[in-house]
Ligand binder design. Structure first.
Ligand code: ADP
Ligand code: MG
Length: 311
């Protein structure tokens, strides 16, 4: 592959919180992606699925409560549904934007499974907030029923599940094949369906792989040049939301590691982005990571804004 390859991880703000918001959000996101596509890059898009998988799982819960003959859909099944439902909206929006700009582009969505280690220590410490936001009172009721909850970056309470590290993207060769054929590829949505392999069979696991971590793994395996994490803030910050807040612009892996150790980044939101960025940047000379606002992707790639992390 001669073209530079970038892996673009889309956060919740790229997709919206419900069906109506998603239609509007993906149209805007498609503009951002096609701006990048016009720079002659191989592009792989990953995305979160928090609100969408929460909606699907809630719907499935209600079906089980109301109708005797329905069985509960396990979380990996709901993740698969969310990959399809988000992927098709995103794929169509990007195709439409390409068409609108007179570009003959191809876009594909790949249902993706991620192998994890069933002995991952994450199963002892759930860290990943999923689903709808709740009040403290609602969270306490869940906790009383043995469903762990946590406060999420000042935005309310959510259910929290284990977030094991991704070990292998099962559909890696498919992604590579489509890139070589000139497709923009949407893969590993919602972090991918977590699976373990036993006797040649893949079994779903009740967990959520962080989309920033899986994006880092995918970027390494594709030998990408840049990992770009697009989110709701233009920069990662030290002393976030405090009086002495400092936006980070260009930092080394060493500096980033120190800031992680000092506890500047919230677990479950900014911490996995910075950790994934560090891991990608240090995995091979020349690799760089960028964390920035969705709207600033092009400026970020040009080095004009965002938090850049490199060796
Ligand atoms: P996404 O859906 O894009 O993954 P998250 O909400 O998981 O977004 O993570 C991004 C959020 O992390 C930001 O919007 C911000 O509120 C929060 N955050 C926590 N710590 C920091 C920090 N140190 N610097 C910047 N943002 C932070
Ligand atoms: Mg997140």
């Amino acid at each position: 592959m001669d073209k530079r390859t970038i892996v673009v991880a889309l956060g919740g703000n790229a997709l919206g919180n419900d069906i109506d918001e998603q239609k509007v959000a993906v149209a805007k996101t498609a503009g951002v992606i096609v701006d990048l596509a016009q720079q002659d890059l191989n592009i792989v898009i990953t995305h979160g699925n928090g609100p969408q998988v929460g909606m699907i799982q809630t719907a499935m819960d209600n079906v089980v409560v109301r109708y005797k003959n329905y069985k509960q859909v396990p979380l990996p099944g709901s993740i698969a549904m969310s990959q399809g439902y988000i992927g098709i909206d995103l794929q169509n929006a990007i195709k439409y934007e390409l068409l609108r700009r007179g570009i003959d582009g191809k876009v594909s969505t790949i249902l993706s499974q991620i192998e994890i280690d069933k002995n991952d220590p994450a199963f002892q410490h759930p860290t990943k907030p999923i689903g709808r936001f709740m009040t403290k009172e609602e969270a306490e009721i869940n906790e009383a029923h043995g469903i762990p909850c946590m406060e999420d970056a000042g935005r309310g309470y959510r259910i929290v599940v284990p977030s094991p590290m991704p070990k292998r993207v099962r559909e890696l060769e498919t992604v590579k094949t489509l890139l070589r054929a000139g497709h923009i590829v949407i893969a590993c949505g919602g972090g991918g369906m977590p699976v373990v392999e036993e006797d040649g069979q893949l079994h779903g696991v009740n967990a959520v792989v962080d989309k920033d971590n899986v994006s880092c793994l995918l970027a390494q395996k594709l030998d990408a040049d840049q990992l770009i994490i697009l989110t709701a803030v233009e920069h990662a910050a030290l002393n976030f939301r405090k009086e002495n807040q400092v936006w980070l612009k260009d930092i080394t892996v060493e500096e980033a590691k120190r800031y992680v150790a000092e506890g500047h980044f919230a677990p479950g939101s900014m911490l996995p982005k910075v950790e994934a960025s560090i891991r990608f940047a240090e995995s091979k000379p020349g690799r760089r990571s960028l964390i920035t606002l969705l709207d600033k992707a092009t400026d970020g790639l040009a080095g004009k804004t965002g938090t850049h992390i490199h060796i």
